[in-house]
Design a protein around this ligand. Structure first.
Ligand code: MN
Length: 337
Protein backbone atom coordinates (compact mmCIF):
# COMPACT_ATOMS: atom_id res chain seq x y z
CA UNK A 1 0.00 0.00 0.00
CA UNK A 2 1.12 3.55 -0.68
CA UNK A 3 2.62 5.45 2.18
CA UNK A 4 -0.44 6.80 3.92
CA UNK A 5 -0.50 10.49 4.69
CA UNK A 6 -2.03 10.03 8.12
CA UNK A 7 1.34 9.03 9.59
CA UNK A 8 2.18 12.65 10.48
CA UNK A 9 -1.30 13.14 11.91
CA UNK A 10 -0.98 10.16 14.17
CA UNK A 11 1.76 12.01 16.11
CA UNK A 12 -0.74 14.80 16.87
CA UNK A 13 -3.35 12.21 17.83
CA UNK A 14 -0.79 10.58 20.15
CA UNK A 15 -0.10 13.91 21.88
CA UNK A 16 -3.80 14.71 22.30
CA UNK A 17 -4.68 11.28 23.69
CA UNK A 18 -1.73 11.40 26.07
CA UNK A 19 -2.69 14.86 27.28
CA UNK A 20 -6.39 14.36 28.01
CA UNK A 21 -8.29 11.84 30.13
CA UNK A 22 -11.99 12.40 29.38
CA UNK A 23 -12.67 11.46 25.80
CA UNK A 24 -15.99 11.85 23.99
CA UNK A 25 -16.58 9.70 20.90
CA UNK A 26 -19.34 10.81 18.52
CA UNK A 27 -21.15 8.98 15.71
CA UNK A 28 -23.30 10.57 13.02
CA UNK A 29 -27.11 10.56 12.88
CA UNK A 30 -26.98 7.42 10.68
CA UNK A 31 -25.02 4.95 12.81
CA UNK A 32 -23.95 1.71 11.14
CA UNK A 33 -21.81 -1.29 12.05
CA UNK A 34 -18.64 0.62 11.19
CA UNK A 35 -19.39 3.74 13.22
CA UNK A 36 -20.65 1.79 16.23
CA UNK A 37 -17.80 -0.74 16.25
CA UNK A 38 -15.23 2.04 15.67
CA UNK A 39 -16.56 3.84 18.71
CA UNK A 40 -16.41 0.63 20.76
CA UNK A 41 -12.90 -0.25 19.54
CA UNK A 42 -11.65 3.17 20.66
CA UNK A 43 -13.48 2.78 23.97
CA UNK A 44 -11.68 -0.51 24.63
CA UNK A 45 -8.28 0.83 23.54
CA UNK A 46 -8.56 4.03 25.56
CA UNK A 47 -9.89 2.25 28.65
CA UNK A 48 -6.75 0.11 28.60
CA UNK A 49 -4.78 3.37 28.43
CA UNK A 50 -6.58 4.51 31.62
CA UNK A 51 -8.80 7.01 29.86
CA UNK A 52 -12.41 7.67 30.65
CA UNK A 53 -14.58 7.28 27.54
CA UNK A 54 -18.10 8.53 26.82
CA UNK A 55 -19.88 7.43 23.64
CA UNK A 56 -22.57 9.61 22.11
CA UNK A 57 -24.94 9.27 19.18
CA UNK A 58 -27.93 11.56 18.65
CA UNK A 59 -30.10 8.64 17.55
CA UNK A 60 -30.87 5.37 19.34
CA UNK A 61 -28.80 2.41 18.08
CA UNK A 62 -31.06 0.48 15.68
CA UNK A 63 -31.87 -3.07 16.68
CA UNK A 64 -30.04 -4.73 13.81
CA UNK A 65 -26.77 -3.42 15.33
CA UNK A 66 -27.37 -5.07 18.68
CA UNK A 67 -25.19 -8.03 17.65
CA UNK A 68 -22.19 -5.81 18.39
CA UNK A 69 -21.39 -6.17 22.08
CA UNK A 70 -21.38 -2.88 23.91
CA UNK A 71 -23.94 -1.09 21.70
CA UNK A 72 -25.90 -0.22 24.87
CA UNK A 73 -23.01 1.86 26.18
CA UNK A 74 -23.66 4.44 23.46
CA UNK A 75 -25.85 7.17 24.89
CA UNK A 76 -28.26 9.67 23.35
CA UNK A 77 -27.55 12.01 26.28
CA UNK A 78 -24.85 14.53 25.58
CA UNK A 79 -22.23 14.58 28.37
CA UNK A 80 -21.31 17.65 30.41
CA UNK A 81 -17.65 16.82 31.02
CA UNK A 82 -15.19 16.01 28.28
CA UNK A 83 -11.80 17.27 27.18
CA UNK A 84 -11.15 15.65 23.81
CA UNK A 85 -13.62 14.79 21.03
CA UNK A 86 -13.29 12.11 18.37
CA UNK A 87 -15.76 11.83 15.51
CA UNK A 88 -15.85 8.36 13.94
CA UNK A 89 -17.00 7.49 10.41
CA UNK A 90 -18.21 11.00 9.67
CA UNK A 91 -16.55 14.19 8.46
CA UNK A 92 -19.52 16.29 7.40
CA UNK A 93 -21.93 18.56 9.28
CA UNK A 94 -24.72 17.22 7.07
CA UNK A 95 -24.84 13.98 9.07
CA UNK A 96 -24.74 15.74 12.45
CA UNK A 97 -27.94 17.74 12.14
CA UNK A 98 -29.46 16.52 15.38
CA UNK A 99 -26.55 17.57 17.58
CA UNK A 100 -26.33 20.83 15.66
CA UNK A 101 -30.03 21.48 16.28
CA UNK A 102 -29.53 20.74 20.00
CA UNK A 103 -26.62 23.27 20.01
CA UNK A 104 -24.20 20.58 21.26
CA UNK A 105 -21.85 21.33 18.39
CA UNK A 106 -20.97 24.65 20.09
CA UNK A 107 -19.67 22.71 23.10
CA UNK A 108 -17.60 20.46 20.84
CA UNK A 109 -16.07 23.33 18.85
CA UNK A 110 -14.23 24.71 21.87
CA UNK A 111 -12.50 21.36 22.56
CA UNK A 112 -9.63 19.72 20.68
CA UNK A 113 -11.24 17.49 18.10
CA UNK A 114 -10.15 14.57 15.92
CA UNK A 115 -12.06 13.32 12.85
CA UNK A 116 -11.51 9.71 11.73
CA UNK A 117 -13.28 8.78 8.50
CA UNK A 118 -12.96 7.08 5.12
CA UNK A 119 -15.52 8.83 2.90
CA UNK A 120 -14.12 10.23 -0.30
CA UNK A 121 -16.62 12.81 -1.45
CA UNK A 122 -17.62 15.12 1.33
CA UNK A 123 -19.37 18.49 1.37
CA UNK A 124 -19.94 20.65 4.48
CA UNK A 125 -16.74 19.38 6.05
CA UNK A 126 -16.28 19.54 9.80
CA UNK A 127 -13.71 22.32 9.62
CA UNK A 128 -12.73 23.10 13.19
CA UNK A 129 -10.97 19.83 14.07
CA UNK A 130 -7.26 19.77 14.94
CA UNK A 131 -6.81 16.54 13.01
CA UNK A 132 -8.95 15.34 10.11
CA UNK A 133 -8.07 11.96 8.68
CA UNK A 134 -10.29 10.93 5.80
CA UNK A 135 -8.72 7.89 4.13
CA UNK A 136 -10.94 6.73 1.30
CA UNK A 137 -8.54 3.92 0.36
CA UNK A 138 -9.38 2.11 3.59
CA UNK A 139 -12.33 -0.28 3.91
CA UNK A 140 -13.72 1.25 7.07
CA UNK A 141 -13.08 3.59 9.96
CA UNK A 142 -12.38 0.46 12.01
CA UNK A 143 -9.49 -0.36 9.69
CA UNK A 144 -8.19 3.20 10.04
CA UNK A 145 -8.29 2.87 13.83
CA UNK A 146 -6.38 -0.41 13.64
CA UNK A 147 -3.66 1.22 11.50
CA UNK A 148 -3.36 4.22 13.82
CA UNK A 149 -3.23 1.87 16.83
CA UNK A 150 -0.41 -0.08 15.16
CA UNK A 151 1.51 3.18 14.57
CA UNK A 152 1.06 4.39 18.11
CA UNK A 153 1.46 1.05 19.87
CA UNK A 154 -2.05 1.21 21.28
CA UNK A 155 -3.05 -2.19 22.66
CA UNK A 156 -5.41 -4.29 20.51
CA UNK A 157 -7.03 -7.19 22.38
CA UNK A 158 -9.84 -9.60 21.47
CA UNK A 159 -12.55 -7.05 22.41
CA UNK A 160 -11.19 -4.19 20.32
CA UNK A 161 -10.12 -6.68 17.63
CA UNK A 162 -13.67 -8.04 17.44
CA UNK A 163 -15.03 -4.52 17.12
CA UNK A 164 -12.58 -3.74 14.33
CA UNK A 165 -13.61 -6.92 12.52
CA UNK A 166 -17.28 -5.93 12.89
CA UNK A 167 -16.42 -2.55 11.34
CA UNK A 168 -14.67 -4.11 8.37
CA UNK A 169 -17.28 -6.82 7.74
CA UNK A 170 -20.02 -4.20 8.01
CA UNK A 171 -18.64 -1.77 5.45
CA UNK A 172 -17.32 -4.44 3.06
CA UNK A 173 -20.53 -6.51 3.33
CA UNK A 174 -18.55 -9.50 4.52
CA UNK A 175 -15.42 -8.73 2.43
CA UNK A 176 -17.50 -8.83 -0.74
CA UNK A 177 -17.56 -5.28 -2.08
CA UNK A 178 -15.01 -3.00 -3.72
CA UNK A 179 -13.83 -1.47 -0.45
CA UNK A 180 -12.04 -4.76 0.23
CA UNK A 181 -8.33 -4.50 -0.63
CA UNK A 182 -5.51 -7.04 -0.20
CA UNK A 183 -4.57 -5.23 3.03
CA UNK A 184 -8.12 -5.74 4.30
CA UNK A 185 -7.80 -9.52 3.96
CA UNK A 186 -4.40 -9.41 5.67
CA UNK A 187 -5.85 -7.41 8.53
CA UNK A 188 -8.72 -9.90 8.93
CA UNK A 189 -6.15 -12.71 9.03
CA UNK A 190 -4.21 -10.82 11.73
CA UNK A 191 -7.39 -10.39 13.76
CA UNK A 192 -8.18 -14.12 13.47
CA UNK A 193 -4.61 -14.84 14.64
CA UNK A 194 -5.30 -12.58 17.61
CA UNK A 195 -8.25 -14.80 18.55
CA UNK A 196 -11.21 -12.94 17.07
CA UNK A 197 -13.97 -15.40 16.11
CA UNK A 198 -15.34 -14.39 12.71
CA UNK A 199 -17.92 -17.19 12.50
CA UNK A 200 -19.40 -16.28 15.86
CA UNK A 201 -19.61 -12.62 14.84
CA UNK A 202 -21.32 -13.53 11.54
CA UNK A 203 -23.80 -15.83 13.28
CA UNK A 204 -24.74 -13.15 15.80
CA UNK A 205 -25.24 -10.65 13.00
CA UNK A 206 -27.53 -13.04 11.12
CA UNK A 207 -29.59 -13.68 14.24
CA UNK A 208 -30.18 -9.96 14.69
CA UNK A 209 -31.08 -9.37 11.06
CA UNK A 210 -33.79 -12.01 10.87
CA UNK A 211 -36.96 -10.41 9.54
CA UNK A 212 -40.48 -10.72 10.94
CA UNK A 213 -43.02 -12.28 8.51
CA UNK A 214 -44.67 -8.88 8.19
CA UNK A 215 -41.40 -7.51 6.78
CA UNK A 216 -41.00 -10.49 4.45
CA UNK A 217 -44.43 -9.75 2.98
CA UNK A 218 -43.66 -6.04 2.83
CA UNK A 219 -40.60 -6.89 0.75
CA UNK A 220 -42.86 -8.23 -2.00
CA UNK A 221 -44.74 -4.93 -1.97
CA UNK A 222 -41.48 -3.04 -2.44
CA UNK A 223 -40.52 -5.36 -5.31
CA UNK A 224 -43.83 -4.49 -6.98
CA UNK A 225 -43.30 -0.78 -6.42
CA UNK A 226 -39.80 -0.71 -7.91
CA UNK A 227 -39.66 1.51 -11.01
CA UNK A 228 -37.16 1.05 -13.83
CA UNK A 229 -35.82 3.71 -16.18
CA UNK A 230 -33.59 3.93 -19.27
CA UNK A 231 -33.68 0.30 -20.43
CA UNK A 232 -33.84 -0.80 -16.78
CA UNK A 233 -30.36 0.65 -16.06
CA UNK A 234 -31.72 2.77 -13.20
CA UNK A 235 -34.05 1.30 -10.57
CA UNK A 236 -35.84 3.40 -7.99
CA UNK A 237 -38.18 2.96 -5.05
CA UNK A 238 -39.83 5.93 -3.40
CA UNK A 239 -40.88 5.37 0.20
CA UNK A 240 -43.42 7.68 1.80
CA UNK A 241 -44.09 8.69 5.40
CA UNK A 242 -46.38 5.68 5.84
CA UNK A 243 -43.58 3.27 4.83
CA UNK A 244 -41.19 5.04 7.17
CA UNK A 245 -43.53 5.17 10.20
CA UNK A 246 -44.77 1.62 9.80
CA UNK A 247 -41.59 -0.27 8.87
CA UNK A 248 -38.32 1.71 9.15
CA UNK A 249 -37.80 1.03 12.84
CA UNK A 250 -38.47 -2.70 12.35
CA UNK A 251 -36.21 -3.23 9.37
CA UNK A 252 -34.24 -0.80 7.25
CA UNK A 253 -35.63 -0.85 3.71
CA UNK A 254 -32.18 -0.43 2.12
CA UNK A 255 -30.67 -3.74 3.29
CA UNK A 256 -34.08 -5.37 2.82
CA UNK A 257 -34.33 -4.75 -0.92
CA UNK A 258 -31.36 -2.94 -2.45
CA UNK A 259 -29.08 -5.91 -3.15
CA UNK A 260 -32.01 -7.77 -4.77
CA UNK A 261 -32.62 -4.82 -7.07
CA UNK A 262 -28.97 -4.93 -8.18
CA UNK A 263 -29.53 -8.58 -9.16
CA UNK A 264 -32.03 -7.58 -11.87
CA UNK A 265 -30.72 -7.81 -15.42
CA UNK A 266 -29.40 -4.51 -16.83
CA UNK A 267 -29.74 -2.62 -13.55
CA UNK A 268 -26.64 -0.49 -12.97
CA UNK A 269 -27.82 1.85 -10.23
CA UNK A 270 -30.40 1.42 -7.51
CA UNK A 271 -31.86 4.37 -5.63
CA UNK A 272 -34.09 4.22 -2.55
CA UNK A 273 -35.73 7.51 -1.63
CA UNK A 274 -37.30 8.07 1.78
CA UNK A 275 -39.65 11.06 1.55
CA UNK A 276 -40.75 12.31 4.96
CA UNK A 277 -43.96 14.30 5.29
CA UNK A 278 -42.13 17.52 6.23
CA UNK A 279 -40.39 17.73 2.82
CA UNK A 280 -37.23 16.18 4.26
CA UNK A 281 -35.82 13.36 2.17
CA UNK A 282 -32.94 10.90 2.12
CA UNK A 283 -31.71 8.77 -0.75
CA UNK A 284 -29.54 5.68 -0.66
CA UNK A 285 -27.57 4.90 -3.83
CA UNK A 286 -25.92 1.57 -4.70
CA UNK A 287 -24.21 0.61 -7.96
CA UNK A 288 -23.26 -2.60 -9.68
CA UNK A 289 -19.66 -3.43 -10.50
CA UNK A 290 -18.13 -1.18 -13.20
CA UNK A 291 -20.81 1.50 -12.72
CA UNK A 292 -19.19 3.42 -9.89
CA UNK A 293 -21.22 6.64 -10.02
CA UNK A 294 -22.59 6.60 -6.46
CA UNK A 295 -20.25 9.21 -4.93
CA UNK A 296 -20.50 11.58 -7.89
CA UNK A 297 -24.28 11.28 -8.03
CA UNK A 298 -24.64 11.98 -4.29
CA UNK A 299 -22.36 15.02 -4.48
CA UNK A 300 -24.61 16.54 -7.16
CA UNK A 301 -27.31 16.72 -4.47
CA UNK A 302 -25.14 17.75 -1.52
CA UNK A 303 -24.53 14.21 -0.27
CA UNK A 304 -21.47 11.99 -0.24
CA UNK A 305 -20.07 8.51 0.16
CA UNK A 306 -18.17 5.88 -1.75
CA UNK A 307 -17.90 4.98 -5.44
CA UNK A 308 -20.43 2.14 -5.12
CA UNK A 309 -22.49 3.26 -2.10
CA UNK A 310 -23.54 6.75 -1.11
CA UNK A 311 -26.28 8.81 0.49
CA UNK A 312 -28.16 12.09 0.21
CA UNK A 313 -29.98 14.04 2.92
CA UNK A 314 -32.03 17.09 1.90
CA UNK A 315 -34.47 19.50 3.49
CA UNK A 316 -37.37 21.33 1.91
CA UNK A 317 -37.49 19.32 -1.26
CA UNK A 318 -40.26 18.43 -3.67
CA UNK A 319 -39.89 14.69 -3.99
CA UNK A 320 -41.25 14.42 -7.55
CA UNK A 321 -38.83 17.04 -8.79
CA UNK A 322 -35.95 15.38 -6.94
CA UNK A 323 -36.90 12.01 -8.41
CA UNK A 324 -36.86 13.38 -11.95
CA UNK A 325 -33.55 15.16 -11.37
CA UNK A 326 -31.70 12.24 -9.82
CA UNK A 327 -32.80 9.85 -12.59
CA UNK A 328 -31.58 12.31 -15.23
CA UNK A 329 -28.30 12.93 -13.43
CA UNK A 330 -27.68 9.20 -12.94
CA UNK A 331 -28.32 8.64 -16.64
CA UNK A 332 -25.83 11.39 -17.57
CA UNK A 333 -23.15 9.99 -15.27
CA UNK A 334 -23.65 6.46 -16.62
CA UNK A 335 -23.27 7.81 -20.16
CA UNK A 336 -19.97 9.47 -19.25
CA UNK A 337 -18.41 6.19 -18.09
MN1 MN B 1 -17.69 3.49 7.35
Amino acid sequence: MNQLNYISDSKIIDDLVNKYTNILIIQADNPDADSLASSLALEEIFTKLNKSVYQYCAVVMPEYLHYIDGWDRVSTDFPSNFELVIFVDVSTYTLLEKMISYQYIQRVKVKPTIVLDHHKEVKNKIDFAKVIINQDQLSSTGELIYRIAADLNWPINIQSGTAIMASILGDTQGLSNQLTKPETYRLIADLIDLGVDRLQLDEKRKQYSLMPIEIFRYKSELINRTEFFYDNSIALICLNQNDISKYSSKYNQGPLIQSDILQVKNVKVSIIIKAYKDRHLTASIRCNYNYAIAANLAVEFGGGGHAYASGINLKNINVNEFKKNIIEKAYQLLNKL
